[in-house]
Design a protein around this ligand. Structure first.
Ligand SMILES: [Zn+2]
Length: 479
């Protein structure tokens, strides 16, 4: 019998708000421990929580990026449990009435096509404190850092639509790109701004029922998520094949040993409606305003790049992978460049230069308009591609027009016949062997002579004109 996996994800995403969800403390968990705290996020009795507008805006934008239906009214509940990371004794999150329902994302399937994966809901949640376990020569102890307590989160719960590690990894990549486009979250598993739990079960292929699932935690990169799921599928399949039962429990991924191990579950208490934070209302006007703020999403852009600009699927995926890059590319094309030249120059030349200098598309002096102006000079063959590279390097350090840089550096392409003839004559005179080869029918000799001529002109000669001029001067090639 063959088995298939059924996988659903629960993804916590930290919103990049300036402040925490219910107080004005800085939302910057990485700061020195306990530097961003106040009586509210410490959970001291008698304090009044104040729900922030920025958290709501970013939560709604995130839901829209996931194609969720935004609920006109949602509300917070108290998840009751006691643990040192939560001295208040309950965590605020939306259990009964979440903000978003029924979302979906389209991912690239393994056959290269598209596959739609459904989200069940997306709800707001406050983060809890972080525990740091340490020890010295005498004892072991735990420290509590409250910087993270009250940080604004959105938890996305998917339907169990995924069938293997690839689906899950591709979903997370797509989610990350979408939320970065929306400008609401960084979504880094490595840095803890995204946390993923995977619910995994296996069933006989072709059946539609759901078997007992196991939850796996503690994956610190998208690759780990894939490895943990692959391992867990193999483990459960082996159990089922031996006629043993899979039991409901939680496991931890151990990346060093490449296995999952059982963990003790936290005590989960009841969820009761919270009386202190009023219900959240999202009016149609507010929703329209936020919808208008959302940029065109990556999947739409990507298709547009293929259909409108004739990019290959790989190029379109690359150019739409970050909002900044996609918008830069579109602006260069809007400035008059051919999409082909724009892709080549941005990915092949500009980005590597920026990487070396530790700059970004947002900070560089090479604005889309200036790059478009440079590419126009190259396309009109006023400068050679080699000279274009030279100009681009200068543009990183000056605000001069590309055309002005060409003049200042004397990089204009030489195409007047008299100058080219002088160069061609010299090259023919100095390379008698190559000339002899050419007359004997050895075609590559011409390329060699063109190369010599380009070098002699300091890279400024128009290579096409130089080639035809040499052919003309050399006469028949002997074949
Ligand atoms: Zn606070």
């Amino acid at each position: 019998m063959k088995y298939e996996a059924v996988i659903g994800l629960e993804i916590h995403v930290q919103l990049n708000c300036a402040t925490k969800m219910f107080c004005d403390c800085r939302n910057s968990p990485g700061d020195p421990p306990n530097s961003n705290i106040c009586p509210i996020c410490l959970g001291i009795p008698g304090t009044l929580k104040q729900f922030g507008r920025e958290a709501l805006e970013k939560a709604v934008l995130s839901c829209l990026a996931l194609n969720c239906e935004i609920q006109p009214e949602s509300a917070f509940d108290q998840k009751v449990y006691y643990y040192p990371d939560l001295p208040r004794g309950y965590q605020l999150f939306q259990f009964h009435r979440p903000l978003g329902r029924n979302g979906w994302l389209e991912i690239t399937a393994e056959d290269g096509g598209w596959k739609r994966l459904r989200g069940r809901e997306a709800h707001m949640e406050e983060d809890v404190a972080r525990l740091v376990h340490e020890s010295d020569s005498r004892r072991r102890f735990s420290l509590v850092d409250f910087n993270r307590a009250g940080a604004p989160l959105v938890e996305i719960v998917t339907e169990p639509d995924m069938r293997g590690p690839q689906d899950a990894m591709e979903f997370l990549r797509t989610l990350r790109v979408c939320l970065r486009y929306a400008g609401t979250a960084e979504c880094s598993l490595e840095e803890g701004t995204m946390r993923v739990d995977a619910n995994i079960s296996v069933r006989p292929e072709g059946s539609t029922g759901l078997s007992t699932k196991v939850e796996v935690k503690n994956m610190n990169s998208i690759r780990h998520v894939g490895n943990a799921i692959a391992h867990e599928i193999a483990r459960q399949t082996a159990l089922v094949e031996e006629g043993k039962e899979v039991t409901l429990h939680t496991r931890l991924w151990d990346p060093d040993r490449n296995v999952t191990t059982p963990m003790r579950g936290k005590f989960a208490g009841p969820c009761v409606p919270d009386p202190s934070v009023p219900a959240i209302t999202v009016s149609p006007e507010f929703l329209d305003e936020l919808r208008a703020r959302l940029p065109e999403m990556p999947a739409v852009r990507r298709r547009g790049f293929e259909e409108r600009h004739g990019l290959t699927p790989e190029e379109a995926a690359l150019m739409s992978s970050e909002r900044e890059l996609a918008e830069y590319f579109e602006a260069v094309v809007a400035g008059g460049s051919s999409p082909r030249a724009a892709v080549d120059w941005i990915t092949g030349r500009l980005l590597p230069l920026l990487r070396d200098r530790g700059e970004s598309l947002a900070s560089t002096r090479v604005t889309p308009a200036r790059l478009a102006a440079l590419l126009e000079l190259v396309e009109r063959r006023e400068i050679s591609a080699g000279a274009g590279k030279e100009v681009l390097t200068r543009m990183l350090e000056s605000d001069l027009d590309p055309a002005a840089i060409v003049v200042r550096e004397g990089l204009a392409q030489v195409s007047d016949r008299e100058t080219l003839e002088t160069v061609a004559d010299t090259v023919i005179a100095n390379n008698p062997d190559a000339v002899k080869d050419y007359h004997a029918g050895k075609k590559p000799a011409l390329g060699f002579l063109v190369g010599r001529a380009m070098k002699a002109s300091g890279g400024k000669a128009d290579p096409k004109k130089m080639r035809s001029l040499l052919e003309e001067k050399l006469g028949s090639s002997g074949d």
